[in-house]
Design a protein around this ligand. Structure first.
Ligand SMILES: C[C@@H]1O[C@H](OP(=O)(O)OP(=O)(O)OC[C@H]2O[C@@H](n3cnc4c(=O)[nH]c(N)nc43)[C@H](O)[C@@H]2O)[C@@H](O)[C@H](O)[C@@H]1O
Length: 410
């Protein structure tokens, strides 16, 4: 069944004892976090799940996407309980670790009950010396509540709170990497299903090593979203994989590129992060006018005439940008309402990222995880890092330090 769907590539020998029923690892993230930070948390937990699988079978249950703060469109119907397959290619994810959708898990669990929930938190007393540790502690917050009658714990559960409950709930103070939780999960609990809430509390085991890049490579976008983005590239931007040298191997484990293998389409792409970011990180986000100036300069240098803009800017801000780039053709991906209803705000953002990932030259916004994920994608495709690790600068930022080059490792 679900285990058979998982096709470990020979490279990743995961010992699955078919006689032993799998256990289920669930997780959730701080409600305020955006989509691309959540993708990073997935990577940390997927590596944990994979390490658990070295000893016994575990399936990672994917947290449905519900009510993300940045998904503001009100004309699309519900943006709740969206499954991972709407955005990602599950087949690709499963080449790294066994995963299943939450709906599938509910079908299997029958009772709609998660055995144990651990709410990760920091140490109340803070810390003087960094050490890897975890302890069951009193809760610093009260995100779940006990129903005295049924003895079940209730909470948000990805927006399924009316239907799903937990048998046991505890808070766990933790400091360190996701891997710190493995001994606990292996020996301190025998529960069939365990959920880690606030999973962003734990860090990457090793940031930027080849395993980090394996899980990153496994996070391919859904075929449907890639197709829409590729059509836009072809019809609007004269960009095709053959010409741009950005062909994808069907199986990511078989894909290995050198920097400079990819050329990219004949356009410059920018991720112009505005909205809340422009307020929270005022010092990093330039005025529209100053952004336009930087784009102009780079287009001239690269001899590019077309500019693709991925942005969460208002239409007024976008019009202002265009007004400042009169000598260039400026594009933004704007789906029809019919398509938007199907792919939702999350799908539009992914299409923006995929188009940026294929540009001859990319400029991002400082410290935005949305820009970071585009940079990773370009590393996977084999772009020269010079064309990828660039950012817009605020007019007052004279040094304008460029992003750290997190280059791919195989
Ligand atoms: C201020 C902080 O910013 C952090 O965001 P940051 O890293 O940029 O990136 P994300 O975590 O992805 O959150 C930003 C969200 O805003 C939308 N968005 C941003 N840029 C674009 C774009 O170019 N095109 C489209 N279509 N949508 C965009 C999209 O929904 C995206 O997931 C958040 O994770 C934190 O929660 C916090 O809000």
């Amino acid at each position: 069944s679900e285990l058979n769907d998982f096709e470990p590539a020979s490279k990743f020998k995961i010992v699955i004892d078919q006689a032993k029923a799998p256990r289920y690892l669930l997780y959730d993230v701080n409600p305020g976090e955006g989509f691309n930070l959540r993708r990073d948390v997935y990577m940390r937990i997927a590596i944990l799940a994979r390490n658990l699988n070295v000893d016994s079978p575990w399936i990672l249950v994917l947290p449905p996407w519900s009510r993300l703060y940045h998904w503001k469109s009100r004309d699309l119907g519900s943006q709740e309980r969206i499954s991972w397959s709407a955005f990602f290619d599950l087949h690709s994810l499963r080449r790294f670790v066994p995963v299943m959708e939450f709906d599938e898990f509910l079908k299997i669990s029958q009772e709609q009950i998660i055995d144990e929930v651990y709410y990760l938190q920091h140490y109340e007393e803070g810390w003087d010396k960094w050490e890897e540790k975890m302890d069951i502690r009193p809760c610093l917050q009260k995100p779940y509540h006990l129903d005295v009658k049924s003895k079940l714990w209730h909470g948000w559960f990805y927006g399924y709170g009316d239907e799903v409950a937990a048998r046991k709930f505890e808070c766990m103070s933790v400091m360190g990497h996701a891997g710190v939780l493995k001994p606990f999960l292996m020996t301190n609990t025998t529960a069939r299903s365990v959920m880690l809430d606030r999973a962003e509390t734990v860090l990457h085991d090793r940031f930027g090593d080849s395993e980090f890049w394996e899980v990153r490579r496994s996070m391919r976008f859904s075929k449907e979203l890639r197709r829409i983005a590729d059509d836009f590239r072809m019809f609007q931007l004269d960009s095709t994989d053959e010409q741009d040298m950005t062909m994808l191997e069907d199986d990511w484990t078989q894909m290995k590129r050198k920097p400079g293998d990819a050329i990219g389409g004949p356009y410059l792409a920018v991720h112009l992060r505005r909205a809340d970011f422009a307020k929270v990180r005022e010092k990093d986000v330039p005025s529209i006018k100053h952004a336009a100036k930087q784009l102009k300069k780079m287009c001239k240098k690269m001899e590019l005439q077309k500019i693709f803009v991925a942005t969460d800017a208002t239409s007024e801000e976008f019009a202002e940008l265009k007004g400042n780039l009169k000598d260039f053709s400026v594009y933004r991906y704007e789906p029809t309402l019919e398509i938007k209803k199907k792919i939702k705000d999350g799908g539009v953002a992914i299409i923006d990222q995929w188009i940026c990932a294929h540009a001859r030259y990319f400029i991002g916004t400082r410290e935005s995880t949305f820009s970071f994920r585009i940079q990773d994608e370009r590393e996977i495709l084999g772009f020269n890092p010079d064309t990828t690790f660039n950012r817009l600068c605020h007019e007052k930022d004279k040094t304008c330090e460029q992003p750290t080059r997190w280059t791919i490792k195989y």
